[in-house]
Structures are given as C-alpha cells and as structure tokens.
Design a protein around this ligand. Structure first.
Ligand SMILES: [Zn+2]
Length: 261
C-alpha cells in the first residue's frame, strides 16, 4: 500500500467519523423539539435520506453556494465581495482545479468559507459505475485535504445528476450527503448580472440553498447587489454545515492521528 493510499483511507475514515452522528441525529438538541433544523424525508428507497435540497427553519437563513471553481481571477473577486460584507458561503470545488489553484483554495478556507466536493472532472455521475463515482469523489477529497488540511463533508453532483440509489451508495460508502439546491437562477446560461440578482432575490426563502457559479463573470458581478438586497431583507448567510446544524466546517475537530492507529 502506498503512503497516499494509506492516507486516503485514514482521511475517509475521518470524514465518516465527522459526518455520521450528525446526519443520523441532526441538530435537534439545539432546536426546539417541535422544529428540528433539518428535516430528512422518510422515503429512503428513493435516496432522499441522503439528500439535502433545503432546510426547514423559521429563521431567515440562506446558504449561498458556488460551483465549478476555484477560478483564478473570478474567485478572488468574489472573495473580496464576500469579505467586505463578512459573509460566509460554500464552494463546491472541482478537484482538478484545486490542484492547479492550491493557494487560492487555501485562501477560500482561511476566509472562513466551507469547501464541498464537486467531483474531480465534472462528469455526469449518473452514467458512471459506483467505483468511478467514488474515484471522482476520493480524488477531490484528497486534493482539498492536501490544500487546506480538512476533507469536504458534503458533495454536490455536477448537473444534479445522481440517482437515488447512487446518493445512498455515496452516503453509505463515504458518509457524504448529497446537497442539491432550492434556488436556481440559471446563471450558467449567462442571463446578465441584473437578471441573476432578481432571480435569486425573488426566489430566496428561509432555509434555502442557492445555486450559483463562480466561473461566470456575470454571476460574480451580480453578487454585490444580490447580497445587499438579501441583507436588506433580513437574510443571514450561513455555510452548508451551519444550515444543516453541524459545527462550522473550519472549526470541526479532525482526529486523523487517532484514526490512524
Ligand atoms: Zn458544476
């Protein structure tokens, strides 16, 4: 067994230790008994047990998520926009981009944002076998770990393409819940910044997961007005882990050494 292979097994075991207790027993203890922060549908046969599209909460929380980066020029612009407003978001990164932008990936994490797994090469996973799906996720988990010292704890399939059976498989094998979205501005179609803003602001709702892409200049240009409008409406921005009710991603304790024995 090579050193990196050994390390990967340790890493995945650590990720499992972090995620499992929280998913099966979500943050109900911190919430009132009548309203758990996260509501998981009961129909496990359709894969929904391992899938998050939104969270039921009375508080005006939203999780803003950016897919497909990191992008060498647009992601830094976005980080400046977010920092000016002290807003934390979640980046679903592509592993093959992470290894080309390790410093930028570190900057994302050091700014307090969360990093999720968006596969290595952005394929449509639903057409792949289980081993290939896990390989796409494992390579990216390793790349993120190498860059920032902690593994992603959720994943988002490119195009949202992952069957219910596959979502359950990924959760069972890697303890990665699938995070989809409840607000989609279709920004990848490049409708222009003002349209991206109005679509997000009009569709935002408490507990919402907003999908966006930090490889689109129109999306990044839309963010100042979008963020300011949502703040003016009283929304608070949280990362995916926070929305689910888990500990802040960059404050989680990771006990890799203990797991290695
Ligand atoms: Zn994507």
């Amino acid at each position: 067994m090579t050193q990196s292979h050994s390390r990967r097994r340790i890493l995945l075991a650590a990720g499992a230790a972090l995620a499992t207790p929280f998913l099966v027993r979500p943050a109900a203890a911190q919430q009132s008994r009548t309203e758990p922060l996260i509501t998981l549908p009961g129909d496990i046969t359709h894969g929904d047990q391992a899938t998050i599209t939104r969270v039921r909460t009375a508080r005006p929380l939203v999780a803003l998520t950016f897919d497909d980066g990191p992008h060498p020029s647009l992601t830094p612009q976005l980080l400046d926009i977010l920092a000016a407003r002290q807003i934390r978001v979640t980046f679903y990164v592509i592993g093959s981009r992470v290894v080309r932008q390790p410093e930028l990936t570190r900057r994302i994490a050091l700014a307090g944002h969360e990093i999720g797994n968006h596969t290595w090469s952005h394929p449509s996973l639903s057409g792949l076998g289980d081993a290939a799906i896990l390989s796409e996720l494992d390579r990216t988990t390793q790349a993120v770990f190498d860059a920032v010292g902690r593994p992603p704890v959720t994943m988002r399939p490119p195009y949202g393409n992952l069957s219910g059976r596959q979502r359950l498989m990924v959760h069972r094998e890697r303890n990665l819940p699938t995070v989809l979205w409840s607000v989609d501005p279709q920004d990848w179609r490049r409708p222009g910044a003002s349209v991206v803003t109005s679509r997000i602001v009009n569709a935002a709702h408490p507990g919402g997961v907003i999908l966006a892409h930090d490889i689109q200049s129109g999306t990044v240009n839309a963010m100042p007005a979008t963020l300011d409008a949502l703040l003016a409406r009283g929304y608070q921005f949280v990362t995916m882990s926070e929305l689910i009710g888990w500990p802040r991603w960059n404050q989680r304790r990771i006990r890799l050494a203990a797991r290695a024995s």
